[in-house]
Design a protein around this ligand. Structure first.
Ligand code: UD2
Ligand code: MN
Length: 569
């Protein structure tokens, strides 16, 4: 009898544990838009894309079996979507010849892309909570703008068909293709038989920047949506982006960009914890969102602020695009325009965000499959130099240090863009650094030295405990080390020593000690003309005149708290 009861308890316990696991698993489970997606490869194999950072995949999907939780939304019938367009003939018109290298022309596996044909089901990679977010019923329509140069027919057609299949038809006003002087004009022309698709062909190679400006000029909808020519948009990709732009026309929004494998065309979910960043050479990279932001995100459907966008896939209000000066049309072929646009949007009154409930797949490649008439390196330097010269103010010196080869290379006139910046009354790059991208550190060895003047005197340190105001001595290179300061936020350095407070209370002395980025007593930031200790909130004060400097309550314009940095050149 006792054994029976023990068995019953054991069975109940096991059932309870299994039930709990099942419940937790249900809660974590991604939805799928297709039964065939069970054959999708597993994600998590982080691969490096040349010239691009590792794309971190979202591990939460890795070992979870894919199960149908809702019937896929009925996707529109063929005929409705593509009208009389003969897609078979279009695809068969260009076929890989037996023995040809399938990577040669497009830097991805063309045989695999062709095998997939014009459309396929892909896994819905959004967080499951995205499916229950509601959007306005009367969202404004958009013009989709796709520029391409010698794109493969199968990838281009899949891009277009995925848009037609997975967007509410009322939101797609038109799809404008800009054929950037591809070898075969029919690649584009034939596609204009598809309802809503228009084709504009450049009379010469312009590059993606001028091509997009042309496309935007021809657009008739109030909202612009840019896509690369080798994408597949995912379930409900468009509504979240149009909603955000409708609510505030100064927002420029991007989806999470999923990865379409360049080898086998598997559709892989990208991590939802990344934003766009860069280093001083103006090299784009994906980076983790800062930990404080991550901790405060209790709703995975909310937008992620991003310092820069990858560049290819974004939605923007058309009047805002025009008001902000479209693009810098003196940039050629490829590269740099995403920085120029990102700095401009932030500094001139807008914002950039990534919307986790919008997902678009893109084939990331390891090399450019097309030629650069002026050469790849020179073109990238020209474009990024233009971005740095127009937008980065004194911070451009770090760009030149990181990319010494850029010095002296031609970049054309930037007069028009400088006028634009003035006319739009844009903020400084310093503002951008402080408010949008404080995580971008200034390279320490390059930090400029300044003297810190107060009245006619300079802040001087003669050893650890001997700080004070002294007569400013020497000029330029012959300034004494004891009066040279490097403001490498949050540190105030003199070589390996940093200014630190001795206690967190008003009246405490300051001293010099070995630098440590983690030491809260060493953290300072400018507050108007004053230097504020970040943790105590107190300001560096030279009072009393005889004794060593202390920290006191910040008071605006108090003479003994004013420290004027003067660059040593
Ligand atoms: C990324 C962006 C891309 C662009 C670029 C920087 C994504 C997914 N992609 O590079 O949109 O911002 O960074 O400039 O964020 N194209 C032309 N004419 C040309 C060269 C290219 O029309 O002379 C087209 C090309 O066919 C493609 C698009 O421009 O549709 C972007 O080129 P890519 O795919 O080679 O750039 P990608 O994805 O490496
Ligand atoms: Mn691309």
């Amino acid at each position: 009898m006792r054994r029976i009861r023990a068995n019953a308890i054991a069975i109940l316990t096991v059932a309870w544990i299994l039930g709990t696991f099942y419940y937790l698993w249900q809660d974590n489970k991604p939805h799928t838009s297709s039964p065939s997606s069970a054959s999708q490869p597993r994600v998590g194999d982080s691969r490096s894309h040349a010239g691009r950072p590792d794309i971190h995949r979202d591990d939460s999907h890795r070992t979870i079996p894919l199960i149908m939780t809702q019937s896929p939304r009925a996707e529109p019938q063929q005929g409705q979507l593509i009208g009389s367009f003969d897609e078979k003939a279009y695809l068969l018109g260009k076929q890989l010849k037996a023995g040809d290298d399938p990577y040669r022309d497009h830097a991805f596996n063309l045989a695999e892309s062709d095998r997939l044909g014009s459309e396929r089901a892909i896994r819905d990679t959004r967080h499951y909570r995205c499916a229950s977010v509601n959007y306005d019923a009367n969202l404004p329509p958009t013009s989709i703008i796709i520029t391409f140069h010698n794109e493969a027919r199968s990838t281009l057609l899949r891009t277009i068909k995925s848009v037609l299949m997975r967007s509410p038809p009322s939101l797609i006003q038109e799809i404008i293709l800009i054929d950037d002087f591809s070898t075969d004009p029919e690649d584009c022309q034939l596609l204009s038989q598809i309802p809503k698709v228009r084709c504009l062909r450049n009379a010469r190679r312009e590059g993606l920047i001028r091509s997009r400006v042309r496309g935007a000029g021809a657009a008739s909808a109030p909202i612009l949506t840019f896509l690369d020519s080798h994408c597949e948009v995912n379930t409900d990709w468009l509504q979240p982006m149009i909603q955000r732009v409708k609510e505030d026309h100064t927002r420029v929004v991007s989806p999470i960009i999923d990865v379409i494998s360049l080898d086998n065309f598997a559709y892989l979910a990208a991590s939802a914890d990344l934003r766009g960043g860069f280093d001083w050479s103006l090299h784009f990279k994906w980076e983790q969102i800062p930990i404080e932001q991550k901790m405060s995100r209790n709703d995975p459907t909310l937008p992620i602020r991003t310092p820069v966008i990858a560049g290819g896939i974004f939605v923007m209000d058309k009047s805002w695009f025009n008001h902000l000066g479209q693009y810098d049309t003196h940039m050629d072929i490829w590269g740099g325009e995403n920085f120029e646009l990102s700095f401009r949007v932030w500094m001139c009154g807008g914002s950039l965000e990534i919307l986790p409930c919008s997902r678009v797949g893109h084939v990331f490649r390891k090399r450019h499959p097309y030629d650069f008439p002026e050469g790849n390196a020179l073109t990238y330097i020209k474009n990024t130099r233009r971005a740095a010269e127009v937008w980065m103010d004194e911070y451009k010196q770090y760009y030149y240090s990181a990319r010494p080869s850029a010095q002296g290379k031609a970049f054309g006139s930037i007069a028009e863009r400088l006028t634009l910046r003035r006319k739009l009354n844009c903020k400084s790059f310093r503002w951008y650094m402080e408010n949008v991208y404080p995580e971008l550190r200034i390279p320490e060895q390059d930090a400029v030295s300044s003297v810190l003047r107060q009245g006619g005197l300079c802040l001087e340190s003669l050893g650890a405990d001997s700080l004070g105001l002294a007569e400013c001595r020497g000029t330029g290179a012959i300034r004494p080390q004891s009066q040279r300061w490097q403001l490498v936020e949050p540190l105030l350095r003199q070589q390996d020593l940093c200014l630190a407070i001795t206690a967190f209370t008003a009246g405490s002395k300051v001293k010099m000690e070995p630098c440590s980025n983690k030491e809260p007593r060493q953290k300072w930031k400018p507050k108007g003309p004053a230097l504020q200790h970040m943790v105590s909130g107190l300001c560096l004060d030279s009072q009393p005149p005889a004794g060593p400097p202390t920290i006191t309550q910040c008071r605006s314009q108090l003479a003994s708290q004013v420290w004027e940095p003067q660059l040593i050149t």
